[in-house]
Design a binder for this molecule. Sequence first.
Ligand SMILES: *Cc1c(COP(=O)(O)O)cnc(C)c1O
Length: 364
Amino acid sequence: MAMAFVDLAAQQARLQPRLDAAIQRVLAHGRYVQGPEVAELEQRLAERVGVAHCIACGSGTSALQLAQMGLGIGPSAEVIVPGFGFVASAESVALCGAEPIYAEIEPSSLLLDPQALEALITPRTRAIMPVSLFGQCADMHAINDIAQRHGLTVIEDAAQSFGARHHDRPSCSLSRVACTSFFPSKPLGCYGDGGALFTDDDELAEQLRRLINHGDAGRYQHLQLGMNSRLDTLQAAILLVKLDAFDDEVARRQTVAERYDALLAELPLDLPQRLPGNISVHAQYTLQLEGRDNVAAQLREAGIPTAIHYPRPLYRQPAVANPDCHLPNCEAACTRVLSLPMHPYLERTQQVQVAEALQQALAY
Ligand SMILES: *Cc1c(COP(=O)(O)O)cnc(C)c1O
């Protein structure tokens, strides 16, 4: 069988009877929106992360937008985001009518460089949005310190890092508000779109509960503009089943990452670097190398699927472009990154095959 970049079928086969039963329970009770599974999931996720509130919502992108709406971030505000990553971080800022301000990344971890922040802060800056990319958190202590000194809010884009730890604390508990995604290929994924917000702030949580549901304060009292962004009960039921297997799957990802580290150690490329104090959930295994496009083409020939996370800096994406922006580390990353197949069920023999194909491609 061809190698999968992300193998959701192996996970499904393992969980099938429990998934079927969970789906049948929802069909039987019929509360498809805001049903009991949603509340149960929110409670379990909040406990796991160690925060007072988890609010499930329709997607990771909506979570980011809702967080900013809840904080009153809108036109004339600026939010600092890394210039390298997935478009949703910057897009969510722009959807709120605010301006994304792009920050440089640290070239080995590819995470937001705290040292780049201070020069970007203006009287209009409201928040900093570090992105926990490829499964590990940015330097949240340094980022929180800078934010506190300047009276700014930190919003963790934890779409790729639910389950990760940073200096012994869980991702999603490291800032005023954090947002994650349950997109199918994320470490904790559902079978469609989904997301969640995490906060210890009671008032913000109450606000977010209204915002996911048309700003409804109860009984059709629409005090403010909101969104229709609730997590489907079916998706919550699926996530509850997957959550039981999650710790085991994270451990398997760790094993897969360590095997890659060992198999590729001698090759002329840069392995993914983990920051001190981080435990990653290995959402992606992303290398950096010269001649990336040729190597990717040869891997494709050899039947090895790869992906480029991400091919352009955010400030070169037309939807959120800033033509005056030049960030050398972000631009270099876009030409050098290559993500290898990564999922909990990847076998050693498959990884040996990837390593051999890579060695040949690099020697060519
Ligand atoms: C996937 C992702 C998002 C968006 O999540 P969706 O659930 O797909 O809307 C946001 N930020 C990052 C870093 C992501 O990887």
